[in-house]
Design a protein around this ligand. Structure first.
Ligand SMILES: *Cc1c(COP(=O)(O)O)cnc(C)c1O
Length: 425
């Protein structure tokens, strides 16, 4: 991939790998814990950072390296890091930016598991998360103080398909000297590249649309390289020598400051490493990302339009519907498609949601999204069940709300199954 800047589809199948000594066409899978050194002198030189080499797979591996280069190329970033899950990608990112006593401002309408991590585990670590409303970007500024180290938002909110004004958030974050972290799991880099709209760090659960087939748990962090840590008083740890890593001052590395600290310090010490095998499956899935996201999006729009017209349906949250309050932002940030996850409510009692799900035949009840199969779940009883009643209602999740992730089956088959399940409600 040298010289010419190739298009997105080409990068999906080629970026990060050219052919190694074996001339393998498909990216090679290296299942090994560690690597040999030529001599003790060679080992010393590698450890002293005098020459790059593979050492030990907790710190990186050739297969993960290909995936890191591929996502960085697709995202338009300088570099990326694999993580053992989407949660690991987020947690490592927060740990890289925050110490005990520091704070984060996060959008409130996000994946329930992320709310748990922020309210429980980060709090245990002494990191406070203040929640803000993406519909009022000024609420992020109101929640910011001298201890704030980053802002966080999902580019396409799980589960209700809400869309923040990324550019407004990024500009406001930068005016405080703060990086904006964007969770781009649901949109994927094919539909939206957060770095193009000012986001500094992008995190992914690659367990969803990137891996494609519901095969693995995986995470990725992509660094735009645009945020300047040098001399920023909010980030003393980036601006003082790291005694545990050769006295390196990460901010001096310029665009690679964040991703270098993320690997050399945080990945090294937490070990939230992606297995090369899982990286290999994500690489395989990503080859077809553009084709799938086009079909996922087109099918989701057809399903959402069908539901919206159905007399038994009370509301549909899909941001690709003209009736959605997020439609203008969706058209601005994701004109090619709006992915395939959204929620809907059936008229009547809270039990109708469960009865609908139990009457489905083709669609599966699964707490996952971005699979090639169409999946449904009830967030209030599953993914978002640890949230308080107040948090649920602020997320627009009612007891009977159904989340759907529209898959790659024939759209007519998906709609037929929904139609007969609705008839049974
Ligand atoms: C699933 C998900 C996560 C967590 O990812 P895992 O791979 O399950 O750890 C984070 N953010 C969003 C938006 C998700 O959908």
């Amino acid at each position: 991939m040298t010289g010419k800047e190739y298009g997105f589809h080409t990068k999906c199948t080629h970026a990060g790998y050219e052919a190694d000594a074996t001339h393998s066409v498909q990216a090679p899978l290296h299942m090994t814990t560690a690597y040999t050194f030529d001599s003790t002198e060679d080992a010393r030189a590698v450890f002293a950072l005098e020459k790059p080499a593979n050492i030990y797979s907790r710190l990186g591996s050739p297969t993960c390296d290909i995936l890191e280069k591929r996502i960085a190329a697709l995202d338009g970033g300088v570099a990326a890091l694999c993580a053992s899950s989407g949660h690991a990608a987020m947690l490592m990112t927060f740990m890289c930016l925050c110490a005990s006593g520091d704070e984060i401002v996060s959008a409130s309408r996000i994946y329930g598991g992320a709310v748990n991590m922020m309210s429980k585990t980060l709090r245990q670590m002494g990191i406070t998360v203040r929640f803000a409303d993406i519909d009022r970007p000024e609420s992020f500024a109101e929640a910011t103080n001298g201890r704030t180290r980053a802002w966080f938002a999902e580019t396409l909110g799980n589960p209700a398909s809400d869309v923040p004004d990324l550019r407004a958030l990024a500009d406001a974050a930068h005016s405080f000297g703060l990086p904006l972290i964007a969770d781009n799991t649901v949109a994927t880099p094919y539909l939206l590249r957060p770095a193009e709209h000012g986001a500094d760090i992008t995190v992914y659960s690659a367990s969803k649309y990137l891996c494609a087939h519901g095969t693995v748990i995986a995470g990725l962090v992509a660094d735009s390289g645009l945020f300047c840590f040098k001399g920023n008083p909010r980030f003393p740890d980036f601006n003082t020598p790291d005694a545990s890593y050769h006295g390196l001052v990460y901010a001096d590395l310029g665009p690679a400051a964040f991703v270098t600290k993320l690997r050399a310090h945080i990945l090294r010490d937490t070990g939230m490493t992606l297995s090369p095998f899982n990286a290999w499956l994500v690489l395989l899935g990503m080859e077809t990302l553009p084709l799938r996201m086009e079909r996922h999006s087109a099918s989701a729009l057809a399903v959402a339009e069908y539901l919206e017209k159905h007399p038994k349906i009370e509301s549909v949250s899909y941001c690709g519907l003209k009736s959605s309050r997020y439609y203008p932002l969706a058209m601005r940030y994701m004109p090619k498609g709006q992915s395939s996850m959204f929620t809907f409510d059936i008229k009547g009692s809270a039990e109708s949601g469960g009865r609908f799900c139990d009457s489905l035949r083709l669609l599966k009840i699964v707490t996952n999204l971005g699979d090639s199969r169409t999946l449904v779940s009830c967030p209030a009883a599953t993914t978002h069940s640890q949230l308080s009643a107040e948090q649920l209602s602020s997320q627009g999740i009612k007891p009977g709300t159904i989340r759907i992730s529209v898959g790659l089956e024939d759209t007519e088959d998906i709609i037929d199954d929904i139609a007969s399940a609705l008839a049974a409600v």
